[in-house]
Design a protein around this ligand. Structure first.
Ligand SMILES: *Cc1c(COP(=O)(O)O)cnc(C)c1O
Length: 424
């Protein structure tokens, strides 16, 4: 049979309108107008007689993460760099970073002049492999960063145990995991600090944003200084027209404050998050049953997970199929059938064109540093295998009704049945 697949000119399996992301809540316009007219567009402008959206969001998100404190920030990358620096990590220190992640996992470490040590992942959860972490620790290691990747929660029991035995801070990067939980407790609240991104693709978003959560008052205090040019939010009452940020100068910072517009949008989106996550889980469970029947291996999560959050839905193709056609061609064939983007995973960070420290003169402090951070010195066989065998799509698709989710399973079946056509 010729041209049965959409990629080779055949009919598409689905003409549906798939859900898009982001989706604004009903109150968002009102909140934005309120900020616009308030006379205060960010916390580094004078106090106007009522609590800022930024302070409201900080309180609400700390509560959501069952953490004592939240410091909102401008981006997830800034939150990660500031979390590390607030934990005392600095120039030349080694930081364990998962080898399969967005480039920010490594660039945030470089951003504080520390050395990202790329460590391989678990073949089932795609999160940091605890045994590989243990093997990568040296006397220069000063922190472990873990990403709860795509739709999984990492093996926090093992990682916390390693961190504790070696006296290292564990930073949880929860950029994919807003609303996930482990042992019925929210992710982000296990490590020394948890960091989040609220960039436009994330489950909780305001376009660009971030946050750090922690129970450690010293870390929160340092993070406040680091994100507001050495200023912290005053604890005593402020008069209208005065600055709410106090210039302590205890620790020099830079500016990574979250604007009032962003904070207002986040407050609205936060109210929607649990409902959206529940719909995604229902759709993902439904799809995983169907895809399991046709030999696909769905990304697993660690055993302690109590709530999954699907940032990307990830599924590994069978070896027999990959022997016929490469993963990128299959992803493109699925995209053509469905009309939304099906892609490979992130490229492993030891072979990722976005992770090139040597392209920046700021890291040429000495030749040794560039050698230590050279991505090619790391070996990540599992990350490489996952990159070569997994296809994925974004969480907004999982907000579609279940009959649409069935189309996805049908598209996989169609492409698998005609995989020789993909290879042509
Ligand atoms: C998105 C992301 C970040 C960075 O967040 P930004 O807000 O884009 O700076 C960090 N880590 C991971 C794993 C991410 O996916």
């Amino acid at each position: 049979m010729r041209n049965s697949l959409a990629i080779s000119g055949g009919p598409r399996l689905s003409d549906r309108e798939w859900p898009r992301w982001p989706q604004p809540g009903e109150r968002a316009l009102k909140s934005l107008e309120d900020v616009l007219m308030s006379g205060r567009w960010t916390i580094s402008c004078a106090y106007q007689g009522r609590q800022s959206y930024e302070r409201q969001f900080a309180a609400a998100f700390a509560d959501y993460c069952r953490s004592a404190m939240c410091v909102p920030m401008a981006t997830g990358t800034a939150s990660l760099a500031i979390a590390l620096e607030a934990c005392g990590v600095g120039a030349g220190d080694e930081v364990i970073v998962p080898g399969l992640s967005w480039v920010a996992s490594a660039s945030a470490v470089l951003g504080i002049n520390a050395v990202p040590v790329l460590v391989d992942i678990d073949p089932d959860t795609y999160c940091l492999n605890p045994a590989a972490v243990e093997a990568a620790i040296t006397e220069r290691t000063q922190a472990i960063t873990v990403v709860h990747a795509y739709s999984a929660v990492a093996d926090l029991d093992s990682l916390l145990d390693i961190a504790q035995r070696h006296g290292l801070p564990l930073i949880e990067d929860c950029a994919h995991a807003h609303g996930a939980s482990y042992g019925n407790w929210p992710v982000g609240a296990f490590g020394t600090a948890g960091v989040f991104s609220m960039q436009g693709s994330k489950l909780l978003t305001c376009g660009e944003g971030g946050a750090l959560v922690t129970d450690d008052a010293d870390i929160a205090m340092r993070a406040e200084h680091l994100r507001a040019d050495g200023r912290v939010v005053r604890r005593d009452p402020v008069d209208v027209g005065e600055m709410e940020l106090e210039e302590t100068g205890q620790l020099m910072g830079s500016n990574a404050c979250l604007s009032e517009f962003h904070a207002a949008v986040l407050l609205d989106q936060l109210a929607l998050l649990d409902g959206q996550n529940a719909r995604r889980v229902r759709a993902a469970d439904h799809l995983s049953d169907r895809l399991g029947e046709i030999g696909m291996t769905v990304q697993e999560t660690s055993p302690g997970t109590t709530d999954r959050s699907y940032y990307r839905y990830m599924v590994r193709l069978p070896d027999e199929v990959l022997a016929v056609a490469p993963v990128d061609r299959i992803a493109r064939a699925l995209t053509a059938e469905l009309g939304f983007a099906v892609t490979q995973t992130h490229r492993p960070l030891n072979d990722n064109p976005l992770h090139r420290p040597a392209s920046r003169r700021r890291f040429a402090t000495d030749a040794r540093f560039l050698e230590r951070v050279a991505p090619s010195r790391f070996d990540l066989p599992v990350a490489k295998r996952i990159y070569g065998s997994v296809v994925s799509f974004g969480h907004e698709v999982l907000l579609a009704p279940l009959d649409a989710i069935d189309d996805i399973a049908r598209a996989f079946r169609k492409v698998m049945d005609n995989v020789r056509e993909v290879a042509r």
